[in-house]
Design a protein around this ligand. Structure first.
Ligand code: AMP
Length: 290
């Protein structure tokens, strides 16, 4: 028997259509890869789709601007939704199926079931964006249970998010392996983000202080600095000295627990967030000390 071969990009808007397409592939013995996104795709998203393509037989991408992860004063309404361009990028990157649900499909009226990962949800991004990770955990759980992929691909760019999803997947026994892929950057170091489109030229220039502060921390640890508070102070100093940058946090924490550190550890991550005009940017760097 010959296995079914997807030829063109399939677009599904209902849960039943996604399940039907995935079931056909699964019965044919194909592995399924999944890349959840909010659309407004850029090369960072494309790299995740390409990685899924390299590791799995059938690649599902979801495009859903998830209302439950946005705060009341955040950018849910203005978040870019370039549908045709996104579908073209998915097709070119090798996706087989795009799940493009409506808000009512994901959250039918009266929806009241949510997933919370306590602790990890409440610090750093979660402290500044209350409810954000509850929305992320809920939508990712729902998407995981719809797609039932073998592997799901996330960006290191959203470090706290991928760590929370790893913990949630393990604790809920979801049958999907989490793969974290490197952050893609513009040539000048700015981490790619759909929100970069909001930045004016001046704000974009100021935004470079994030990756510069991470490089400063990297150099500092490489030269033997062990005092984490010194390194955090240096990162904060660099961001606060940048006109137009308003710092939310710049910390070095344990790379799994995200707990604060006093002295350097074998595995640490620097996490930073700052606002530039009305746009909030985040970035991070993982440090492994031998
Ligand atoms: P989003 O559409 O912003 O929800 O992101 C969807 C996925 O793309 C998440 O796993 C992000 O971490 C990942 N992602 C976003 N920006 C980048 C980037 N610059 N490099 C790699 N992955 C990224």
């Amino acid at each position: 028997m010959t296995a079914p071969q997807p030829t063109t990009l399939l677009v599904a808007e209902t849960v039943a259509d996604v399940r039907a397409a995935v079931t056909v592939m699964r019965r044919a013995g194909r592995s399924v890869g999944f890349v959840p996104t909010m659309g407004a795709l850029h090369a960072g998203h494309v790299s995740l789709i390409e990685q899924a393509r390299a590791e799995c037989d059938f690649v599902v991408v979801s495009i859903f601007v998830n209302p439950t992860q946005f705060g009341p004063n955040e950018d849910f309404n203005r978040y870019p939704r370039p549908r045709e361009r996104d579908l073209e990028l998915c097709a070119n990157a090798g996706a087989d199926l795009v799940f493009y649900p409506t808000v009512d499909t994901m959250y039918p009226p009266g929806h009241r079931t949510f997933v919370e990962v306590s602790g990890l949800s409440d610090v750093l991004e979660g402290q500044i964006r209350p409810g954000h990770f509850r929305g992320v955990a809920t939508v990712v759980t729902k998407l995981f249970l719809i797609v039932l992929a073998d592997k799901a691909f996330f960006g290191q760019k959203d470090y706290q998010q991928q760590m929370l999803i790893r913990v949630m997947t393990r604790e809920l026994n979801l049958p999907t392996e989490i793969v974290t892929c490197p952050t893609l950057r513009d040539p000048d170091g700015l981490a790619m983000s759909s929100r970069n489109a909001y930045l004016s030229a001046t704000e974009r220039q100021a935004g470079l202080c994030l990756s510069q502060a991470l490089r400063l921390a990297e150099r500092s640890f490489a030269s033997g600095e062990c005092d984490v508070k010194q390194v955090e102070a240096a990162m904060r100093g660099m961001i606060e000295a940048t006109p137009g940058a308003v710092l939310d946090y710049a910390v070095v924490v344990h790379s799994e627990t995200l707990c604060p550190l006093a002295t350097a550890e074998p595995e640490m991550v620097a996490l930073i967030a700052a606002r530039f005009g009305t746009t909030r940017l985040i970035d991070n760097a993982v440090f492994i000390r031998k």
